[in-house]
Design a protein around this ligand. Structure first.
Ligand SMILES: Cc1ncc(COP(=O)(O)O)c(C=O)c1O
Length: 463
């Protein structure tokens, strides 16, 4: 079917995002194949996927091994219900494999079909844990403003995105939001990053004291906030958050939907910052996006408490799906065999960081942030408008659109461009990525300079 016809159908059927954005109006861009770090649209144009799907495709597109693993499992056994007290060898091996990679002290794994569901499950487990420990009043979860933890009602309530709260029928109770460790946005003039990291962590302490430690169940955070604009926290932040959680006997939940499996040069993002959470949720790159799958990892203390308690009604029909488990195992094998995690830490990650840093001289770039293969360009218009643009997010949205014209898939988080390519990206591809980003920035700068002062920049592009 022709590309335009597919787009018209998508606009009618709203396959992707049921929101009032450009996708709703025009339909999404039809994509038909992928290979390595490249995807191809229905018109045959190759686009550099600088987002890895959406933080998913760590081992790159076109991996026959993952396809073969899925087909073998589908032939042998395509479905098996954990709810009926059955399991599969592939699920058990995957759980053991994940526990072998996890930080010390982790003892139990359960599965879900998306990270939103995994986070929902984690909220339920955490509250259940405290009830079983005789402290049912410990219910409140502290999260960060701007964080994204999923689109289910609980995930959106736990997340700190005000626009998502506004669209919920009623945001769920029991969540409290504090300042994220976003140095560029929130550090005081002259405050160094280390001091800011401690101040951001101590906002959590202040919140615990204000709410009362006897009512706080957990603190949740992504090791590096992705949707909030790739906020790489100062090194002081997580150790202090961990100390505060231990001091007040509050659980620490790391939402590693996007940071696990090598993105930051470690198997888990918490390893990159030297802290050990009590609960970890993962998804996306668990299967490199080849199958929908997520997991909830629990430490010994929580696992034992749950096992001792009465039945806990939880679980999804598609959790521990055998085909997804088989693909996840094959994916972990590839990551291990090809040393992709270490490659990000020691080789391509540092190369990417220094290549991306080369864009810091551009007039539209206020800051370049990077850790592993998670990078961001913070856009500013200081030199054009004497400050940020009046319409926050317009510059980011326009750069994302210009990226598609330059055949590179970027994400705009407000006015932050997010860059997170598959872990298999080569050095020449990193160079190409940076060249395309610079072209995007130059074009946006040209448009900004050319626009009549009375007109807002951007238009009604998707956010
Ligand atoms: C940190 C974080 N948590 C949860 C999710 C939700 O993942 P999913 O879309 O698989 O439900 C995302 C999605 O990007 C995410 O970035």
């Amino acid at each position: 079917m022709a590309s335009a016809a597919l787009q018209r159908l998508d606009a009618l059927h709203l396959h992707v995002v049921p929101g009032g954005n450009a996708s709703r109006r025009d339909g999404g861009r039809p994509i038909v194949s992928g290979d390595g770090v490249w995807i191809r649209d229905a018109e045959g144009r190759a686009l550099l996927d600088a987002l890895s799907g959406l933080w998913c495709v760590n081992v790159g597109y076109g991996r026959d091994e993952l396809v073969d693993a899925a087909v073998r499992q589908m032939r042998a056994l395509p479905c098996c219900e954990g709810a009926l007290e059955m399991t599969t060898p592939t699920a058990e091996r995957l759980a053991a494999h994940l526990l072998g990679l996890a930080p010390p002290g982790f003892a139990e794994v359960s599965f879900a079909a998306s990270s939103s569901e995994a986070n929902d499950a984690a909220i339920g487990i955490i509250r259940r844990y405290w009830a079983l420990r005789g402290q049912p009043q410990k219910q409140i979860v502290i999260a960060r403003r701007g964080a994204y933890h999923g689109s289910t009602i609980a995930g959106a309530s736990m997340g700190g995105i005000a626009a998502m709260h506004d669209q919920l029928p009623t945001p769920l109770h029991g969540f409290h939001h504090v300042m994220p460790p976003y140095t560029f946005a929130f550090a005081e003039p002259g405050e160094d990053a280390a001091a800011f990291g401690l101040r951001a962590a101590r906002e959590i302490e202040a919140a615990i004291l204000e709410i009362g430690p006897e009512r706080v169940a957990a603190v949740v955070g992504e090791p590096v906030m992705g949707a909030g604009g790739v906020c790489v926290p100062p090194a002081t932040y997580w150790p202090e958050v961990e100390r505060i959680c231990r001091h007040f006997d509050v659980l620490l939940h790391a939402d590693e939907a996007i940071t696990a499996f090598g993105r930051l040069g470690h198997w888990f993002g918490c390893d990159a910052f030297g802290f050990v959470p009590d609960v970890i949720t993962v998804g996306k790159a668990l299967t490199s996006g080849y199958q929908p799958m997520a997991a909830i990892l629990l430490n010994q203390r929580i696992a034992e408490t749950l096992q001792d308690g009465a039945a806990f009604f939880d679980g999804y029909a598609d959790a521990a799906h055998p085909v997804a488990c088989a693909v996840a195992r094959a994916n972990l094998d590839i990551l291990e065999r090809e040393g992709l995690v270490e490659r990000v830490r020691d080789d391509i990650g540092p190369y990417f960081a220094s290549a991306l840093a080369g864009l810091a001289d551009h007039p539209l770039v206020g800051e370049v942030r990077c850790l592993g293969l998670m990078g961001a360009l913070e856009l500013v218009a200081d030199q054009i408008d004497g400050g940020r643009l009046e319409d926050a997010g317009a510059l980011g949205a326009r750069c994302r659109e210009l990226g598609l014209a330059e055949q590179i898939v970027l994400r705009a988080d407000g006015d932050t461009m997010v860059v997170a390519p598959p872990l298999v990206i080569g050095r020449a591809e990193v160079d190409e990525l940076v060249v395309r980003c610079r072209r995007v920035l130059d074009e946006a700068l040209g448009e900004l300079q050319a626009r009549p002062a009375s007109l807002p920049f951007g238009g009604d592009s998707a956010r």
